[in-house]
Write a protein that binds this ligand. Sequence first.
Ligand code: PGA
Length: 264
Amino acid sequence: MQVVILDNADAVANYGANIFVRRLQRQPASVFGLATGSTPVALYQKLIQTYERGEVSFRDVTTFNLDEYLGLSGDHPQSYRHFMNQQLFEHIDINPGNTYVPPGNASNPISACEEYEQLIEKHGGIDIQLLGIGRNGHIGFNEPSSGLRSRTRVKTLTPATIDDNARFFEDDEYQPHLSITMGIGTILDSRQVVLLATGSHKADAIRDTVEGPLSAACPASALQMHTNAVVIVDEAAAARLQHADFYKHIERENQQLLAQLGIN
Ligand code: PGA
């Protein structure tokens, strides 16, 4: 696992966005796995700016989002489909038909999960999966105790996650307690994983992800099994890492090597 510790949230978004931009410039028909939450928003803004400067096109890109609330249709203002349209898709030249989000209003959610897996496979798998992380170490809606090889399925949200997300819902508004989420196994099948975390409230989850045991108690720790996972954090989220200096040293060495090889 590559751990990149940067000064602030803006640098985290920049570093993450550059990974997507470089891939897109090499491979215009990339398949990207995308995430919701507040953390990825700054990265999406960087991607939009890069698009507006004419440096990339999303014309041939396909996207798969990690998760969606069960019981909300895509036009609901709190649905993740709505979030993605507003935060990214409406601002770039992607074909809306190539953007997939699990169907929160599926009449048969169980078969919808299987179909989502098949759709990812039909597109050749995900090139880069973007992830945020919950305070409890969840990735997507894979809450603690999720099977480390799980596939796309219906999951119950923990009270902690429901509390964290309550800020987006009006007091009298229905807040779903169930979701459809890619599984941890689905995420691990992506060819590259990019996890972003900023702020001191993520410091415990990042410590458990990077230095804790591989455990369903911290679903993101499953990334220790991935061959190409990068965890990009600001100083606040890195505060509880025991080997932070070593990770910074490795990153400096990596950057020097890339500079010598002429790779930006
Ligand atoms: P956040 O959510 O980016 O809003 O903190 C992350 C997550 O729960 O995956």
